[in-house]
Design a protein around this ligand. Sequence first.
Ligand code: ZN
Length: 187
Amino acid sequence: MSDLVSYIKEANHTFVTDHAASGITELSKYPARKLAVLACMDARLLYLLEPALGLKRGDANIIKVAGNTAGRGFDSVIGSLMVAVYELHVEDILVIGHDDCGMLHTTSASLCEKMAAAGIPAAVIEELEPRLMAWADPVCDSEESVRVAVRQLQKNPYLPDTVRFHGAVIRPDTGDVRFIVENAEKK
Ligand SMILES: [Zn+2]
């Protein structure tokens, strides 16, 4: 682990030096394209997702969670979207999934089994299991999971009627994006 921290510190030193030499650009915290993107945390989307969508620094709020899931009520994803919409003037929300998502094969059973093997007490696992089932088990198709997340956001009571919702899937190898939902409104 210390090797990783050393690697990051060294990389950061080089980056800051180069970044200062290239001229630091002042950017607004308000996303220039009034867009929030809910994407998956998959490592292959690093350095791929934003350029594939034509987004540059300062253009959008990017929220990343495993399987780009959105819940029914309030959670940190909805809270982040609320900040984007109410505080940062975002008008469009794009949910973007990707092919070959790890969440398609991750289930409550697989997580519980690995937690048990890692020494997490059975009582803790049992208590969490219903929430894991509701979260992980419905994600079994990349396009359908995007449709489900968009529908959840459309129905979410904390987001206003003024927001437009979009859904898409990106290929993690080529960056090719196909839209599943365009310009959907609040339900
Ligand atoms: Zn994924």
